[in-house]
Write a protein that binds this ligand. Structure first.
Ligand SMILES: C[S@@+](CC[C@H](N)C(=O)[O-])C[C@H]1O[C@@H](n2cnc3c(N)ncnc32)[C@H](O)[C@@H]1O
Length: 259
């Protein structure tokens, strides 16, 4: 037998099982490493002052987020940290400088703040009740630090979206969304809103926290309209981060993040 002969690898059930378990171990290691890095972004106030806030470090800056009580949008959810970590650590491929960005369900504003610090022109949107605290956090953390002053405005999914964001005047490079799919009755309206705002060259970066069906099946429905690329899979947080773009636009795809 010539010495350069390499027998082709024979796949057996045992070798397949070993490979699967190796892939699982690698996945678990990536999950653990990323989750640790993401959670390390948070710090707590060392001195208790008159106001309670949570601290985060992004773009080498301290960001202070004030939460309020009882509303979903008044609390910062881990999905927002996942998306912000991705944006900061992938800023060459997903370059937000001078880009038009809209955030859906912005809540306490971390994603909008980090995107603004990364140079984007951001429109932060949410339900009317959430806007006061959102505006407070956005102003407090972006004033004098950003090229563009972020805009905070109402966007109730499915309501007057065309009137408020007409295609003729509003073209977004990115739609950002963190933890917007859960047991609320507006999943169809949310889908319509993605559909309206996502134009030919728009890219969606969406952090999805998996909870229960039927909310989880939103991902399957979403795939009927949009191409979906998984960027992060973090089982320990039950979160996946997706990159998406319109299905009817054949020119967009993996690796085509706007420079
Ligand atoms: C789970 S919170 C996530 C908040 C923030 N993105 C984060 O990750 O910390 C969901 C957000 O969606 C907003 N939301 C819920 N229903 C909405 C609707 N019908 N229209 C617009 N925003 C809505 C809530 O007010 C809230 O800010």
């Amino acid at each position: 037998m010539p010495s350069f002969f390499t027998p082709s690898r024979i796949e057996t059930p045992q070798s397949k099982a070993m490979e699967n378990s190796k892939t699982k171990q690698e996945g678990a290691a990536v999950d653990a490493e990323l989750t640790t890095a993401i959670m390390a972004r948070r710090f707590h106030a060392s001195v208790i002052g008159p106001e309670t806030w949570e601290g985060y470090i992004f773009s080498d800056l301290e960001i202070r987020i004030r939460e309020s009580t009882d509303l979903y949008g008044a609390v910062l959810w881990p999905s927002a940290m996942v998306l912000c970590h991705f944006l900061e650590t992938n800023k060459d491929k997903y370059n937000l400088t001078d880009k038009n960005v809209i955030e859906l369900g912005a809540g306490t504003g971390l994603v909008t703040i980090v995107s603004s610090l990364l140079g984007a022109k951001v429109t932060a949107t949410d339900l009317p009740d959430v806007l006061g605290n959102l505006q407070y956090n956005v102003t407090r953390n972006t004033k004098g630090r950003c090229k563009y002053i972020p805009l905070v405005t109402e966007l109730t999914w499915g309501q007057e979206v065309e009137q408020r964001f007409p295609h003729a005047t509003h073209c977004f490079d990115y739609i950002l969304a963190a933890d917007v799919v859960y047991a609320h009755p507006y999943l169809d309206e949310l889908m319509d809103t993605f559909d309206h705002l996502c134009q030919k060259n728009t890219q969606i970066l969406w952090a999805m926290r998996f909870r229960l069906d039927p909310e989880n099946s939103f991902v399957n429905r979403f795939q009927q309209h949009f191409h979906l690329e998984e960027l992060y899979d973090l089982p320990s947080l039950s979160i996946k981060l997706y990159h998406a773009w319109r299905k009817d636009e054949k020119s967009k795809g993996q690796g085509q993040a706007a420079a």
